[in-house]
Design a protein around this ligand. Sequence first.
Ligand code: F6R
Length: 471
Amino acid sequence: MVKETDSLREAVLRALKGVVGTYGIAVIDAQRPGEIVVARNGSPIVLGLGEKEMFAASDVAALIRYTRQVVHLEDGELAVIKADGFNTFTSDARETAKEPFTVDWDAGHYDNGGYEHYLLKEISEQPDTVARTLRGRIDDRFHIAHLGGLNMDARETRSFRRVKIIGCGSAYYSGQMGAQLIEELARIPADAEPASEFRYRSPVVEPDTLYVAISQSGETYDTLAAVQELKRKGGRVLGIVNTVGSAIARETDGGIYLHAGPEVSVASTKAFTSTAVAFALLALHLGRVRDLSPADGRRICEGLRRLPEQIKEILTLEDRIKELAKKYADSPGMMFVGRVRGYPVAREGAQKLKEISYVHAEAYPASELKHGPLALISPELPTVAIVPDDELLDKNLTTLGEIRARHGRILMVGHRTSEAADDCIVVPKNEVELDPILLTIPLQLFAYHAAVALERDVDRPRNLAKSVTVE
Ligand code: F6R
């Protein structure tokens, strides 16, 4: 029971004893407007420290126009804030000590830079954001990656026998790309799983498995809960995170920051590519303490360095991609197919299209088409086929033939044109392992222009939130 004599702090502490579930709340007493009590359990609360003013928000993005000095509350923590300061304490009223830290994003990151939508701005920023993810992390002497944030020495890095990657939505698809990079370059069995499923299935946590959690926001509740479950069972968890100081970054044992700058548009683009690049660095790192040769290490380092320029080249295809997006946007649905390296590209392409244009989009591994979904193929359901020039090229071209034979229209995204397709988008070639990163970019532009053609709310698609901080 809350008593009338309680201070606001005591009243909130007392009331929270009866609260179950996740929350991030701010409470104010109309009689004493000079203080606010905030409390966090599961959902983020960030304090902003100003000049004789204090702020509370659920995301650093909301604070950045006023201050860059922030303090993150932990789960179960509360704070009393007044204009001249704050103090924090636990749910059993023990004071806690918090060090503010300075956010290195500024308000400039949050304007649209003259672009019509944040999404297009963020797609266009990718030559820079990928360069930032790479900066200072490639060693040309030993052809290795410098990833000091992993907090692991060579012996420990060698000790893992499996890699398990978790994330949600696009983060999960970038994790699938990461798993392939790790298997190919480091020859360690690796797979990715949606964190939202992983956390509910009482996962078996193995001591010789390296767990990697991915999150742009660092606040996705399902991913955070999966990390907490892993930690509780003694798992070693790294984070690949964009937002410095976020809950997942704090909860993990080490990791890689993306340095992609804030992502404002709800649909993830630059964080996706930077995550895939971070995985390439991690795979190089894991590979070079194992059997990846210096020559292959060098090949990957050189390939990584070429990415920013090649992304610039792909961005020059925008007008052509816009035409194609208009041509296909009024289809009732689209199929996306890719084989092995192309499959996560297809999944992410379908994800982008469905979430911002609301066109039904389904991704399938190319080889699975004949096991069922081929029945859907008709002139009304065009296919976007991811066809890299790799050892599976012939197989992929055969799939195009199968679709064609069912009168399906095909938009091929790859490194060459083909008569088997109705339309082609040709992107520059990199190393086979890194090509999926580049193949993703035209699909972002395709989804963007399809959404614009259909007059959708591109940056704030219906029913979606930027940070999913609820279960
Ligand atoms: C898709 C998208 C979502 C997020 C997912 C995870 O464009 O934005 O699928 O990728 O909600 O978010 P983070 O990476 O913040 O954990």
